[in-house]
Every structure is written in structure tokens, then in C-alpha cells.
Design a protein around this ligand. Structure first.
Ligand code: ZN
Ligand code: ZN
Length: 134
């Protein structure tokens, strides 16, 4: 009886195996024997387990990340915005009576009472800036 099984030599491990059992292995990018396929599977599994372990470790680790890079920039931006706001003094108006208000000059910060009925004084008595009641 003639043995019809064609044997082929595995290019990877050099072992001989029935040619029909050879498969194209995506990892080795070549035709390999069944033994190499088995090894390859074990290989992948090891990698998979390691990856899973690393993922678990990453999850278990407390979040010790430093504050994101944008944090300080935002903080600085807010601070700058606040400073810019304070640079533009607003008229401070405080109502004293029906026709009298306490007014703080936008330019020189001079405080004086302003008669809203008679519109007196028309300007800041100190720096002559127009009264702005907005
Ligand atoms: Zn092989
Ligand atoms: Zn003034």
C-alpha cells in the first residue's frame, strides 16, 4: 500500500506534517504546520491575557493623573478676564432718595450726590467727566 499522504516540511519549525493540514497563518504570514498553529494560538492567548491584566491594573490604579494641561490656562484666563473687568470701572450708583443718588465718577472715582431731577451737577465736580447713568 502506498501512503498517499503528501508530507511537507514546515518552513517555520522544520517539522514534517501532512500537506493538507498546513494552513496559512495570519501571524506568521506563511503556510505552517498544525503544530505551529497550536503554538501560535497559545502565543496569542498569552498576549491576550497580558493585555487583560494590564487593563485591569489600569482600572485599579487610582487616578493620579496631574491636572490636565488646560487647567492652569483656564484659570489664568478667568483671572485675566476678572482683571480686565476691574480695569473698566463702572459708575457706582446708589439711590439715596427719589431724586438723589450717590454717584461715583467713572474716571476719577470721586463720589458725590447727583440730583436726577434737576440733573445737577452735569459733570463730575472733580474731573468734569460727563455723568453717565447707564
Ligand atoms: Zn511548524
Ligand atoms: Zn471725576
Amino acid at each position: 500500500m502506498k501512503n498517499l499522504t503528501v508530507k511537507a516540511k514546515c518552513r517555520r519549525c522544520g517539522r514534517e506534517a501532512p500537506a493538507e493540514q498546513f494552513v496559512l497563518h495570519h501571524q506568521y504570514r506563511m503556510m505552517v504546520c498544525p503544530e505551529c498553529v497550536k503554538e501560535g494560538k497559545q502565543h496569542t492567548n498569552v498576549h491576550y491575557e497580558l493585555r487583560k491584566q494590564k487593563e485591569l491594573e489600569a482600572k485599579q490604579k487610582p487616578d493620579e493623573k496631574p491636572k490636565p494641561a488646560g487647567w492652569d490656562a483656564d484659570d489664568e484666563y478667568l483671572e485675566r478676564a476678572a482683571r480686565q473687568q476691574s480695569k473698566e470701572p463702572k459708575a457706582e450708583i446708589e439711590r439715596i432718595s427719589k431724586d438723589m443718588i450717590r454717584y461715583k465718577c467713572q474716571k476719577c472715582s470721586y463720589r458725590f450726590t447727583y440730583n436726577t431731577e434737576k440733573k445737577i451737577p452735569a459733570r463730575c465736580p472733580y474731573c468734569s467727566r460727563d455723568i453717565q447713568l447707564t
